[in-house]
Design a protein around this ligand. Structure first.
Ligand code: UDX
Length: 458
């Protein structure tokens, strides 16, 4: 028993919020820890554990705790609010049980790296005298906005047309995350994002999935108030620095990607000709928006791959499914393989933080079509700060019309503005790679984190 303990630097429990966009980056970060001699146990909820397509990550163990909905998770709850209340009550108990059982089996944890969405995990860690690190899966920009709300430095409902938040460019009210500009629309999520900061002062570290240059102003500002370490971009190594030898899996998928058909379809398309369309793992489009997008894609005359999850399929116009010749509609795809394929021309995205970072790291030009949450702010940064894409602007009914979609695709795929965007993309891609490469700041920050863990766990 003693012998096994000495064979690793520390044992970390890594607990993501149970959603694709949270598990992916925390898993990739875990692999970097393992590479540096840390033992990692990935902790997920039972329902998620049952559906994960891959539980055999090299050197990472997977354990489950209950969120109160072992069959179905959030989908089985009456509402997000009910789910949240139950998870926030049951989660601390079942995490406590796990900490106990690991200790009893001679495998005690030293540190809990918890998704900042789940602040109660830090309380559990502290109750047992363990170290605690908050992990922010969304951008520092968005989190600084939420922190200002938590501190009541930003009053709601919004009453100004412009906002000046430290470290961020001037933002119009409409550029703030949807939970603020549509205040009251999602009380459960609002609670989650704002209460991330309730006990953060007790955290030993704050880890953020970003890189300094991308969010320099806000990172510099947050460094003054938090023990912050920027450890991103958390992509599978094989798509970025290629330093994790033998790391073959590129993540967890909560859906089954039709990888072979997808790549085969791309293989015979001309270079940089295909528009990839995806709105991530959670968000849904209205029927009207789905129809406008469908005809916008068709009218553009471009090849496209469109990820339409099963729950969204019924919204597709019937004649479109029958007549589309240039498109491939899939329930889920291997996004990173698509983004790196030479046939890819651009990515029409909902601007989820993972999709945004993936596109940044791979130098893919974007058409930003944000739907809700942090996506609104990410879209603003994509267009105006990083200049790696164009925003598809919605009309007064909040619908992006087919003409706009067609125009954005043309703008990106054709020369002119498209070229400028592509050149900016190459600049960001190189910065991201340098950040993660040996000696880059991400690499150094992870090394410092592990050294501090080792120091405090001896
Ligand atoms: C959610 C929120 O929507 C997002 O705004 C927030 O920043 C994180 O949580 P999600 O909607 O799933 O995430 O979007 P995103 O953050 O982009 O993550 C989606 C992940 O699924 C990406 O890693 C992407 O590569 C992957 N994916 C998506 C696939 O592997 N295949 C697909 O077909 C679609």
């Amino acid at each position: 028993m003693e012998k096994e303990r000495k064979s690793y630097v520390a044992h970390c429990l890594v607990l993501p919020y149970p959603a694709q966009g949270h598990i992916n980056p925390m898993l990739q970060f875990s692999k970097r820890l393992v590479q540096r001699g840390v033992k990692v146990t990935l902790v997920t909820v039972v329902s998620n554990w049952k559906t994960m397509n891959n539980k055999n990550f090299t050197s990472i163990e997977v354990e489950s705790i209950s969120d109160g909905y072992d069959d179905g998770g959030l989908a089985a709850a009456e509402s997000l609010e009910v789910y949240k209340d139950t998870f926030w009550r049951v989660g601390p108990q079942t995490l406590t049980e796990l900490v106990h059982s690991l200790a009893a089996s001679g495998n005690p944890a030293n540190c809990v790296i918890y998704d900042a969405f789940l602040p109660w995990a830090l309380d559990v860690a502290k109750k047992f005298g363990l170290l605690g690190a908050a992990f922010f899966t969304q951008s520092c920009s968005t989190n600084n906005i939420y922190r200002h709300v938590y501190k009541k430095l930003l009053e709601l409902p919004l009453s100004q047309t412009e906002y000046f938040i430290p470290g961020l460019p001037k933002l119009a009210a409409g550029d703030l995350p949807s939970f603020l500009n549509k205040y009251g629309s999602y009380p459960g999520y609002f609670d989650i994002v704002v209460n991330q900061f309730a006990n953060i002062d007790k955290a030993d570290w704050v880890l953020a999935n970003t890189f300094d240059e991308l969010e320099q102003g806000v990172v510099d500002w947050l460094l003054k108030i938090w023990p912050l370490k920027t450890i991103g971009p958390c992509l599978p190594s094989m798509f970025l620095d290629k330093r994790l030898q033998g790391d073959k899996d590129y993540g967890v998928s909560m859906y089954n990607p039709n990888s072979e058909a997808c790549i085969k379809w791309l293989d015979d398309k001309p270079k940089k000709s295909v528009v990839y369309v995806s709105f991530g793992s959670m968000a849904g489009l209205s029927e009207e928006q789905t129809e406008e997008l469908a005809w916008g894609l068709r009218d553009s005359g471009s090849y496209f791959i469109w990820v339409v999850r099963d729950s969204e399929k019924g919204k597709l116009p019937k004649e479109f499914v029958d007549t589309s010749e240039k498109g491939l509609i899939l329930t889920w795809c291997p996004q990173l393989l698509v983004l790196t394929h030479e046939a890819l021309g651009c990515f029409l995205t909902h601007c989820g933080w993972n999709s945004t970072l993936e596109a940044v790291c791979l130098g893919v030009p974007l058409i930003a079509m944000p739907l809700w949450t942090d996506q609104i702010t990410n879209a603003k940064l994509i267009e105006d700060e990083w200049k790696i894409g164009v925003k598809a602007v919605a009309d007064e009914k909040d619908i992006v019309r087919r003409q706009t979609i067609k125009q954005c695709i043309r703008e990106i795929l054709e020369n002119g503005k498209g070229n400028e965007i592509k050149n900016n993309g190459i600049k960001w891609k190189n910065l991201a790679k340098n950040y993660v490469d040996e000696g880059g700041n991400s690499d150094k920050n992870i090394a410092e984190f592990v050294a501090a863990l080792a120091h405090r766990c001896t």
